[in-house]
Design a protein around this ligand. Sequence first.
Ligand SMILES: NC(=O)c1ccc[n+]([C@@H]2O[C@H](COP(=O)([O-])OP(=O)(O)OC[C@H]3O[C@@H](n4cnc5c(N)ncnc54)[C@H](O)[C@@H]3O)[C@@H](O)[C@H]2O)c1
Length: 390
Amino acid sequence: MRVGLIGTGRISDIYLKTCARFPELTIAACGSLNAEESRAKAEAYGIPKTGTPDEIIADPQIDCILNLTIPAAHAEISLKALNAGKHVYSEKPFATTVADGQRILDLAEAKGLKVGNAPDTFLGGRWQTVRKLIDQGVIGKPTGVMAFVGTHGVERHHPNPDFYYQTGGGPLLDLGPYYLTAMVFLLGPIRRVSGMARRTFDRRMIENGPRYGEWMPVEVDTHSQSMIEFSSGAIGSMTMSFDVWDSETPRFEIYGEDGTICIPDPDPVHGANIFQGPVWYRTRAQSRWEFQPRPTGRDDWLVADNTHGFNEDSRGLGLLDLAYAVRDDRPPRASGALAQHILTVMAGIETSAAEHRFVDIDCTCPVPAMLPEGFPASENTSYKDIEHAS
Ligand SMILES: NC(=O)c1ccc[n+]([C@@H]2O[C@H](COP(=O)([O-])OP(=O)(O)OC[C@H]3O[C@@H](n4cnc5c(N)ncnc54)[C@H](O)[C@@H]3O)[C@@H](O)[C@H]2O)c1
């Protein structure tokens, strides 16, 4: 699949590294609002062409647009790409409003094109292992889940952190997709939510890079708490915050009738937004966690029976799966429908906080299947030999 990359900022490096691992994906051109930045990226990664976003979207040689722009631009770029007949894979959130997300889905449907969306972390070895444990019934019927991220925002490490504090940003829309997508992958769709939220600071200072000392206005809530009810009857809670200096609260746990799965993480920022890491579980029959003793460092993270691949940052894996989805005419695992469900859930949490009421979630989504063992080789390697449709 020939891919045109739009948005050559911070997150693009890991996508470009992942795509370079897979012959199925060719980054044919890249562009952004910053031509110099895009030229440097093209040179660093051997991308043959750069252009303006409109030129890349109009390029007949390109099959799919990889949309790594800032959240406020996601819908505009995705809609333009679909109108030009291209498949789309976008960073999260899917859009900044549910209505825009629905526009993207409707246009893709009308045009017969595929839409995929980050996060694809749930395709990583850690989350595939958790799903396998649940499907095998190790903890019995899941009854609850809790997720927690307490950070003090991104202004200490992101050189241009403004968008995190503008409409479309904030911890719920920025980090919520990782945790909620993992929850839906593991426990199924969500049917009802409630939330509370606050904004602790009205402005924040950039504390790194060339813009050090510059103040940014904060347009969004930066501490969000929510309650979640799944269609299965399981219930959960989720805290996503940019206002917490530190915490020892567990990052992600799943409770079942017969046991608990814990997805521990020594790093408060990286719970569900990484592909790899240990998985602990304890059942009725055990007196302590499996996979003890507690890992001491990142090198110890792979759990004994994690037979799945992608135990490293593999952002872009969802795009690879989308390439196979195009070939086989099936929905991608990290699908637009899943992303729209997650966006609707997050909008519901915001509505609940604003209106002080429970909110029913009026859309659902297919729960993605696990990656087959040995993916992508197991997806029929003859793909590379198939003459491209265009
Ligand atoms: N930085 C991270 O650690 C990280 C991690 C995971 C996901 N993400 C997501 O990736 C996306 C991009 O984040 P980033 O950190 O790379 O941002 P960034 O600010 O570093 O880069 C954004 C890029 O998008 C381009 N852009 C912005 N508006 C555009 C428009 N209207 N048309 C065309 N191009 C436009 C900019 O020129 C720039 O190249 C966001 O949705 C973010 O949530 C970022």
